[in-house]
Design a protein around this ligand. Structure first.
Ligand code: HEM
Length: 261
């Protein structure tokens, strides 16, 4: 991968860090260790390739999780009728010792999928560059050098796939425990939900991301009441990114009733 501008600076710093780590790999297994450990060939183990992997991992994992969590908090403020329902579900999902089982948080799972449907983090998903000419099965021809992407925002609001697409309705994904309907999870990938990428090469961090967001929401819901100080539900658009407003503030007040205790 060719880097330019600020990436040269980032690459130089990460190279320094990775090169140093080769000396004491076994002492502190961390992400660098695991990338090298999973490499099969000397070429894959080369510092240049490990640096590229480390930078790619940072870009893939760093910003999207907090953005998705921020959107979930904003949707809780906007659709606050779900707060008590989610608190109740949290209590019911507790196992021995008071631990929450995230797989039992079915409504929260649907709430997150619906939050993502109406607030994808980018208008486009699966962005690619044709490095050589490519012809799809239907005859569409892509000359070399062209950029392609899946228009996920349009797909996620398409009424052919999501009836009444403008309404926030987590129940559209819900199936009661005793129903024959297949369970749809936040982490499920298909062409109608490209939030996590394509079904053939989707985000490998999605189960981790989903659980982290759920644990954060459990903590907030159990310990705080939340209300928007200045409700700005409009996103901030930057190129194709759809980010939560930078100026919206949410007030967290310790709960009068502590739900978690
Ligand atoms: C809400 C949070 C996240 C979202 C929405 C998200 C979304 C995505 C998407 C759409 C892709 C596919 C990109 C493409 O094919 O062009 C992707 C790939 C990837 N994600 Fe995530 N991601 C999230 C969190 C994470 C986290 C927390 C990690 C790591 C801990 C992670 C690691 C990766 C990696 C390594 C890839 C590249 C996989 C490959 O090319 O085979 N992601 N992610």
């Amino acid at each position: 991968m060719a880097w330019g501008g600020a990436m040269n600076e980032v690459g130089a710093r990460v190279t320094k860090m990775v090169t140093k780590r080769y000396a004491d790999l076994q002492e502190k297994p961390d992400a660098v260790f695991y990338v090298i450990d999973a490499s099969r060939t000397p070429q894959q183990r080369s510092p240049a390739r490990v640096v590229q992997q480390m930078v790619a991992l940072q870009f893939a994992s760093a910003h999207q999780l907090p953005m998705a969590l921020a959107w979930a908090i904003i949707m809780l403020c906007k659709h606050n009728g779900y707060i008590d329902m989610l608190r109740e579900e949290i209590q019911e999902s507790k196992e021995a010792g008071g631990l929450v089982s995230t797989s039992k948080l079915r409504l929260m799972d649907c709430f997150l999928r619906e939050t993502a449907r109406l607030n994808p983090l980018d208008g486009l998903s699966i962005q690619r560059k044709a490095v050589k000419p490519f012809t799809f099965a239907d005859g569409s021809h892509i000359p070399a050098g062209n950029l392609l992407a899946v228009p996920q925002e349009a797909i996620l609001r398409d009424k052919r796939y999501y009836p009444n697409p403008g309404s926030f309705d987590p129940w559209r994904f819900y199936s009661p425990a005793d129903s024959d309907k297949a369970i749809v999870r936040f982490t499920d990938v298909n062409w109608k939900f490209p939030f996590w990428g394509s079904p053939t090469q989707s985000c490998p961090g999605r189960w981790y991301a989903s659980d982290v967001i759920k644990y954060a929401l459990v903590h907030l819901l159990e310990n705080y009441d939340m209300e928007p100080v200045n409700p700005i539900y409009r996103p901030m658009i930057w190129t194709t990114a759809i980010a939560p407003s930078l100026t919206m503030r949410v007030m967290l007040k310790p709960c009068a009733t502590s739900y978690g205790k």
